[in-house]
Design a protein around this ligand. Sequence first.
Ligand SMILES: C[S@@+](CC[C@H](N)C(=O)[O-])C[C@H]1O[C@@H](n2cnc3c(N)ncnc32)[C@H](O)[C@@H]1O
Length: 258
Amino acid sequence: MAHWDPAQYLQFKKDRLRPAEELLGRIGIENPQLIVDLGCGPGTTTRLLGEKFGAATLVGVDNSGEMIAKAQVEYPRGEYLHCAVEEWKPDKRVDLIFANAVLHWVPNHQELIVKFAKALNAGGALAIQMPDNLDEPSHRAIAQVAGSRRWKGLLAEQLSARTQLSTAGEYYDWLARDFEAVDIWRTTYCHVMPGHEHIVEWVKGAALTPFLSVLNDREQEQFLSDYLEKIRAAYRVQGDGSVIYNFPRLFMTAIGRG
Ligand SMILES: C[S@@+](CC[C@H](N)C(=O)[O-])C[C@H]1O[C@@H](n2cnc3c(N)ncnc32)[C@H](O)[C@@H]1O
């Protein structure tokens, strides 16, 4: 299993939190009693939810022990379950299922939509955000490096495990079967990075974790050097020396029928 490093992930805390804030801003429910933060990571999204819905019980679910440990420190008001999203079974119906930047890690996550509908109270909300960037230069570069002669013997499995998102129309059809008020939108964030190395640092914190998890220190260093070379070739340097890292994300909200 991928080894998540909360400190690496949190290097870009403000930029990574922005989609979660914008997703939260589109949830029109009032006074939820029970909220589940699926793939809660280091607890920053759990805190965000707690700050908006002060009276709610908050449950964070994540299958990384490192992330759960960090979340317990970051936001002790939350209750945390060390559990995979696929295995998660609520004891009782919930009012908000929040899944920010997690379901793209779950193969066949589309099949979970029915389970989410059954887990929600009538009028409860489902809120999902997933990076939609496999076709971006940053992620094509992962495929190029991991699939190269040098690395494919070690990394072919990790490469084939990457989850392709469905289209907005397909998600709409799945959601509309069991939910009301389905809303889907796509935003491309243009993150201004001081240099190419910062894009590598960002990707190290998430998309590269399964790849780096199976390499030793020396291999990691070499892999990252190969990757940086691709990133340098793929992203133009701006007039002020910065580099713009385009990052498309797919958002969905829907209201449960109970
Ligand atoms: C990119 S982080 C997002 C964390 C948090 N939601 C946020 O927005 O800051 C992805 C998280 O999903 C977790 N994750 C990945 N696959 C998972 C699965 N199948 N079940 C539960 N958690 C998973 C990882 O451990 C990691 O903490």
